[in-house]
Design a protein around this ligand. Structure first.
Ligand code: URA
Length: 210
């Protein structure tokens, strides 16, 4: 595995992922599990976040202590399934700004087509965390990061729940400077671009649209 792929194999993450994969898991459970998992993934992806020291007063003394540069973080949600990760991440990074990139996969060509792009005006100097549950063909992830790079953020990280080897290779080739955080790397893609064994269509399972 390339060194900039971070496999989040914490038992809590793996347990919740197994529950999400099950086909009998309900929409409400799927949504709750994804939100819980997102909090745990936020913990991993923020490990090396820049911090600054402030002076505070405890009930007993004055001390210098550290805070995360929380307002510098921007969570970049790839619509629509990225929305399932956003809530959980915001619970642990409440000061983050939010960006949205709307992309859909052309069902025939599997190419990512952009229909929405809204990011904070001051992206320079911000640390971007791009979120999308599934890194499948890698087309959406590559297109999202291509666009994001035009805004010059200080750093970019990509977080997903599941990745396919094909998508990881494609993403890594296009953006070798962007680390990927994932809870699992599955076996392969099927002919429709779905991850096997996977968990099905993350958006449909999240929003109950199928
Ligand atoms: N998107 C999904 O929601 N599921 C897959 O398996 C692949 C892409």
């Amino acid at each position: 595995m390339p060194r900039d792929i971070h496999l989040i194999d914490h038992p809590l993450v793996q347990h919740k992922l197994t529950l999400m994969r099950r086909k009998e898991t309900s929409t409400s459970s799927f949504r709750r599990l994804l939100s819980e998992l997102s909090m745990l993934m936020a913990y991993e992806v923020t490990r090396e976040m820049p911090m600054h020291e402030v002076e505070i007063e405890t009930p007993l003394e004055t001390m210098r202590s550290r805070l995360i540069d929380g307002k510098k973080t921007v969570l970049v949600s790839i619509l629509r399934a990225g929305a399932g990760i956003l809530d959980g991440m915001l619970q642990v990074i409440p000061g983050a700004r939010i960006a949205h990139i709307g992309l859909y996969r052309d069902p025939k060509t599997l190419v990512a087509v952009e229909y929405y792009f809204k990011v904070p005006h001051d992206m320079q100097g911000r640390d971007a965390i791009v979120i999308d549950p599934m890194l499948a063909t890698g087309n959406s992830a590559v297109a999202a990061v291509d666009r994001l790079k035009e805004t010059n953020p200080r750093s970019i990280r990509f977080v997903c729940l599941l990745a396919a080897p094909e998508g990881l290779a494609r993403f890594h080739e296009a953006h070798p400077d962007v680390p990927v955080y994932t809870a699992a790397v599955d076996r392969q893609l099927d002919e429709h671009g779905y991850i096997l064994p996977g968990l099905g269509d993350a958006g449909d399972r999240l929003f109950g649209t199928k």
